[in-house]
Design a protein around this ligand. Structure first.
Ligand code: FES
Length: 154
């Protein structure tokens, strides 16, 4: 079952302009050639899903495609991920995932880290809605796990 956008009436903080823009105009959705990995992840509780393709040159991400179906938060957050990580190295990507994870858990984020994650800060409003945190993290933790499984095991 794929969830829709409904059920979030009144949660204006959640729908900052950046999030709506990414939901309606997802970045880096186009499939890439010869990815190093091409895998699907999903939220088992709702069935929302993402397909992530990634191509690295040494440890630098030179191509990524993220596409999927699901709620506005999961899809917009995945688009923010796809835009942010392109061109970054593995260490920078894993660091960003940790920052996003901590931010969504409501932990204190340094000014430097907040600047580092740029537009992704728009997701900070999600921390007020615990049920949506898994939505916002779907792509981030999924990509983290895929990197560890595909790049670090070799
Ligand atoms: Fe499934 Fe948001 S409702 S990821």
């Amino acid at each position: 079952m794929i969830s829709q956008m409904g059920g979030l009436d009144g949660l204006d903080d959640l729908y900052e302009a950046i999030i709506l823009d990414h939901y309606h105009n997802p970045r880096n959705k186009k499939f890439i050639d010869n990815p190093d990995f091409d895998e699907e992840i999903n939220n088992p509780f709702c069935g929302d899903e993402l397909r992530i393709q990634a191509k690295f040159n040494d440890d630098k991400l030179e191509g990524i495609s993220v596409s999927g179906r699901g709620c506005a938060i999961s899809q917009a957050s995945a688009s923010l991920l796809a835009e942010y990580v392109e061109g970054k190295n593995v260490k920078e990507i894993l660091n960003a995932v940790n920052i996003v994870r901590n931010m969504l858990k409501g932990e204190e984020i340094s000014e430097k880290d907040r600047e580092n994650i740029q537009d992704i800060d728009a997701l900070s409003g999600v921390q007020k809605f615990p049920i949506r945190i898994k939505c916002a993290l779907l792509g981030w933790t999924g990509f983290y796990d895929l990197i560890n499984a595909n790049l670090r095991s070799s």
